[in-house]
Design a protein around this ligand. Sequence first.
Ligand SMILES: [Zn+2]
Length: 456
Amino acid sequence: MRAFDLATQREAMGYQWLSWSVSHIGHRLTGSPQGAKAENAADSLFRLSGLPVVQRFPFTAQAWSRGTVQLTVSGMDTSMHIDAVALANTPLETSVEAPIVDIGNGLAIDLDRVGEQVKGAAVMVNLGLVNAPEGSRNLHRSEKAALAIEHGAAAIIFVNQVEGHVLLTGTASINGNLIGIPAACIATEDGARLRLSLQEGVPLRARLSMTNKSEQVRANDIIAEIPGTKWPEEVILVGGHLDSWDLATGATDNGLGSFSILDLARAMAAAPIKPERTIRFVLFMGEEQGLLGSRALVEHYREMGELDRIRCMINLDMTGNPRGFGVAGPEGWKDVVTASCATIHELDTAAFAGQVSEEVWLHSDHQPFLLHGVPVLYPLSDLGKHVYGCYHSSCDDIHLVDPQAMVNNVRFVGPMLYLLASAEQLPSHFSEDGLRQRLIDAGLEGPLRIGGDWPW
Ligand SMILES: [Zn+2]
């Protein structure tokens, strides 16, 4: 383990490969030429690293992509264009002109306060929570969109809260279907300007026009494997999404995770110690448009009767400098992960605290595995406000990536893989009842039902 740690630090390639990718490929949107290039690059890097098994898992899915968007706001005697980006799953072609009504944070209480004015309006909504009453819980942008639509809004203008003219994208739909009205995001500075006019009593009208595409795309999850020496039929799967949104290069979401996995595969293929169970490295595509690649792969495993062989899944999504692991597994998994974390902690007591937390969350590639009962683990990261502020945004670029954070991904996830691969016994999958109860206890039944993903 010590030798692996030293080699990992000496020979790390993840950051260099990611830097190359952001400058030569750019973003990695599924179904775009850049997405295909990223798939090819990942395939080549696995092969160059000497992985004995490298495969593509092709899938097709309906995916949304942006075309054009134009937002014009007119006041008493002026009219101006405002930079905007369409949110995903907005209509394919629409043009709406309507009065702007500020609905603040867009929560139910805000809509109640504004009342009838929402009907037929272009509502202006904060993505975050601004001056919200104590104890308010923010809603996802798709939930805010659903609420506004329910109240009769004609268009939605989301105002970002990150300074520096930052625009954000991501889905505006709670279930992946196209929504019926246009929704776009504008920068915090522009939002402030519009609000100033409204406060001065100047009525504003917005014209929001957009064209988008929704088409059948073909993409590939890229998969590599190191066969286990003792239990080759049992698999520890480590994955993360390679695709990104298209407003920037997706260096942190999820270049951080996916290029760390490429480096992890390189390091493990080069190491003299071989895992006793099979380690499978999976780079998913289509995560951002709705977990398309992981859903397809899990469905394939289910059809082939292979899900039982996957003992657990570790998901690296926006992962850097892990300080421990979160775990969602039935009885026994927390103990296994805690014991492994204690061993890894010995490698670097300062960098890896070895924290373990039991938690279940959704909306990344572990979700389809979890919903089929596979125990899942996630490295615990705190990347800082400057990174999270650029999530899905025009500023998610390489300057936000700390090279050492990627090295530490490999240093601490690698040993976890070796330890899980060599454990004499691993706890089982979730039972159906156990999983159902676990999801209910975590408050996830509602969100899963809204997305059409509740399995019961
Ligand atoms: Zn992500």
